[in-house]
Design a protein around this ligand. Sequence first.
Ligand code: NAD
Ligand code: XAI
Ligand code: MG
Ligand code: MG
Length: 348
Amino acid sequence: MAKLNFGGVEENVVTREEFPLEKAQEVLKNEVVAVIGYGVQGPGQALNQKDNGINVIVGQRKNSKSWDKAVADGFVPGETLFEIEEALEKGTIICYLLSDAAQIEYWPKVKQHLTPGKALYFSHGFGITFNERTGIVPPADVDVFLVAPKGSGTSLRRMFLQDRGLNSSFAVYQDATGKAKERVTALGIAIGSGYLFETDFKKEVYSDLAGERGTLMGAVQGIFAAQYDVLRKNGHSPSEAFNETVEELTQSLMPLVAENGMDWMYANCSTTAQRGALDWWKRFRDATSPLFEELYDNVAKGNEAQRSIDSNSKPDYREKLEAELTELRESEMWKAGKTVRSLRPENN
Ligand SMILES: NC(=O)c1ccc[n+]([C@@H]2O[C@H](COP(=O)([O-])OP(=O)(O)OC[C@H]3O[C@@H](n4cnc5c(N)ncnc54)[C@H](O)[C@@H]3O)[C@@H](O)[C@H]2O)c1
Ligand SMILES: CC(C)(O)[C@@H](O)C(=O)O
Ligand SMILES: [Mg+2]
Ligand SMILES: [Mg+2]
């Protein structure tokens, strides 16, 4: 494993150079990788593994949209696509990719099929870290590890098809066979990760829950909405408010930050923008950091996990979720966004 320097701190990273795909194929050649669940991560991970020559099968409820999607994606019922229990039986490595709440419900069945020497794979530290709430306690004679792609399953697949790779975290929780490390590394490469960053289950789930509630999804929508509303209240049109809040960020500035960092983007804007941004960013940091502290604290106490478990296991969960997503979709800002996106020349 390479030791790389991140801003002065050394960390362990597995690179594709030291662990190429051929090595992953060799490590996994006698394994049956059963991907349980075909929602968002399931398709990305299963298809990438299939294209990488890994012996992968999918376990999914019949008569579901996800089953039909797996068939459309080339998985063959009775050969590479099975009911969940049958796939659990056949798999030597169980990739547990049901939603985190559904993992609780299915756990007794999964546990039954975890015979000695098998491996249990997660893409999140949730079930194990919060096992007092989830009840997920694996038997001692199986390997338990995770590879958590740091991004959507949709991106994992798209980037694979573009010969790129999404970064993933990996961790070993239990090494029963003595081979957990090489098994998890091989899987990380096989699902299409770019580089693999070492962590543990608790750190993965704490950072992931904080990140998606924070800058990745929750905070960014909050900041968008706040700025958009202020612009609208001050007489700016919806298109002007949207362009100045979202469109310019996603289309122009963030791609530059992605390539070269915020410092480079700042250095390549007008001196007027530089002055303002340099003056204001620390105020935004100071205004929001109490909220980030509160968020992290809630994550660490297990409150966020509990809230997710409670809301996702309610019978009317889907209707309630749809109502909240509709509110977002029907907001003026995102309706304006739809029109703005339709006006991108490449969309015409
Ligand atoms: N969504 C992502 O891009 C992403 C990214 C990184 C990690 N993860 C992690 O990967 C895992 C899978 O997440 P996901 O977003 O792909 O899941 P998901 O919400 O898309 O659900 C996955 C599958 O679970 C099935 N399912 C849901 N409820 C069920 C039930 N009660 N019984 C049987 N099947 C049921 C669905 O049919 C679906 O096929 C989770 O641990 C998640 O935290 C997800
Ligand atoms: C894609 C995300 C937000 O990174 C993932 O963590 C998820 O839960 O869907
Ligand atoms: Mg997450
Ligand atoms: Mg994440």
